[in-house]
Ligand binder design. Structure first.
Ligand SMILES: [Zn+2]
Length: 394
């Protein structure tokens, strides 16, 4: 497993490095081929707003989907991404050994360690006598680190076709798993005004930067105990003797619960609507809540019980915590599939040049994931399981 993680992490698979993603995907395909039917799925484009306020489409890599016994009455969905946050020119491109149990490198825990854990858990399942009791679908997507803009529809399909989800994002160094997550939305506001000479005809102009500044203040004031709005980028204007006709701001929203999300979305629409109503000013809102909040519901609680039981059998203790970060588990939960999304290895400092992986956690987490799959195969996972946290035959 350590060898796989090193080999995979030494390939740069930044979300926009399509050649690197294809190279990694090829290696992953080789590993998965003996286990099920492998499909390569193009995932479309990432849309963004450029500095002229126009919509740009950037191509993305391909997802891998592997399926086995899709007609089984009980089906598990397993998933982790192959992309990382590190562009090749960033210089953080190779794995180094910090000590016998610690590797430092791009994606070692987020999420190439998770790719190894998922693979070995499924291999073990396929060797066991429980395999015939359970079908599975594995998805390895190429765009999670940019919010899964292309692979999003694959999660809706997965939620409709499976009963339970296991995702392999890294856990904390102490092994705690994530119980619930807040939601995240990313937006761009494009403000069009009217340009004019600032000295000769200022009355003919409509200043897009003034209009945007007011909008930024109003958006920022929507921040509360359970909602955060962060305006992270502004663009616009040119020579200072010209009334600017274009301004753009980009912001991220975090909402703790589905009710918070609904409330803040309505408030944002209202702010934009009012800004758009000003004389000579036109305001457009782009983007949305690509990752809805992931609350701890009955389904997730039922799965927690199964994981705790499996961990206990292995002599591991499990702690749960809330995270303000988001994952594909958010979208999966919103589409109705109960899931736990932090079954990957122990590691830390992810999204930084100090990202590390604790090597002994690879086998530990693969055993845990296998035990969870076995328990689901053995005892089933139904609405009743979800409600009471006990396992009941399907
Ligand atoms: Zn990740």
């Amino acid at each position: 497993m350590r060898g796989l993680v090193e080999r995979w992490s030494n390939i740069n698979s930044y979300s926009h490095n399509l050649a690197g993603l294809a190279e990694l995907s090829h290696l992953l395909k080789t590993e998965w081929k003996p286990l099920g039917d492998v499909e390569e799925i193009p995932v479309g484009f990432q849309e963004s707003i450029d500095s002229r306020g126009s919509v740009q489409r950037r191509p993305l890599g391909r997802a891998l989907r592997i399926r086995q016994r899709s007609d089984a009455p009980l089906r598990a969905f397993l998933c982790i991404h192959m992309d990382t946050v590190y562009p090749p020119e960033d210089g953080f491109t190779a794995v180094t050994e910090v000590d016998a149990n610690k590797l430092r490198g791009p994606g070692v825990s987020d999420a190439k360690g998770g790719l190894a854990v998922m693979l070995v858990a499924v291999e073990a399942m396929e060797r066991s006598s429980w395999a015939k009791k359970i079908g599975w679908e594995v998805l390895i997507n190429p765009d999670e680190e940019i919010g899964s803009p292309g692979s999003a529809p694959l999660f809706d399909e997965a939620a409709a076709g499976n009963h339970v989800g296991l995702l392999f994002e890294p856990t904390l160094p102490d092994g705690s798993l994530v119980s619930e997550r807040g939601g995240s939305g990313s937006y761009a506001v494009v403000v069009h005004g009217r340009s004019a000479h600032a000295g000769r005809d200022p009355h003919l102009g409509r200043n897009a930067i003034h209009a945007m500044a007011k909008t930024v203040v109003r958006l920022s004031e929507l921040t509360s105990d359970s909602v955060t709005i962060n305006v992270g980028n502004v663009q616009g204007g040119g020579p200072v003797n010209v009334v600017p006709d274009l301004a753009i701001c980009r912001f991220n929203v975090r909402a703790r619960t589905p009710a918070d999300q609904k409330h803040v979305q309505e408030a944002i629409s209202q702010v934009i609507h009012e800004a758009d109503g000003q004389d000579g000013i036109h305001v457009e809102l782009h983007g949305g809540f690509h990752r809805p909040p992931k609350p701890l519901d009955d389904g997730a609680r039922g799965l927690q019980k199964i994981i705790e039981h499996a961990a206990h059998e292995l002599g591991l203790s499990v702690a749960w915590r809330y995270s303000g970060g988001v994952s594909d588990g958010n979208q999966l939960a919103a589409a109705g599939l109960p899931n736990i999304d932090s079954l990957g290895p122990r590691g830390g400092n992810i999204h930084s040049h100090e990202e590390f992986l604790l090597v002994d956690s690879l086998t530990e987490r693969a055993k845990l994931a296998y035990m969870v799959l076995q328990s689901i195969a053995e005892k089933g996972f139904t609405t009743e399981t979800r409600r009471h946290g006990g396992a009941i035959e399907v």
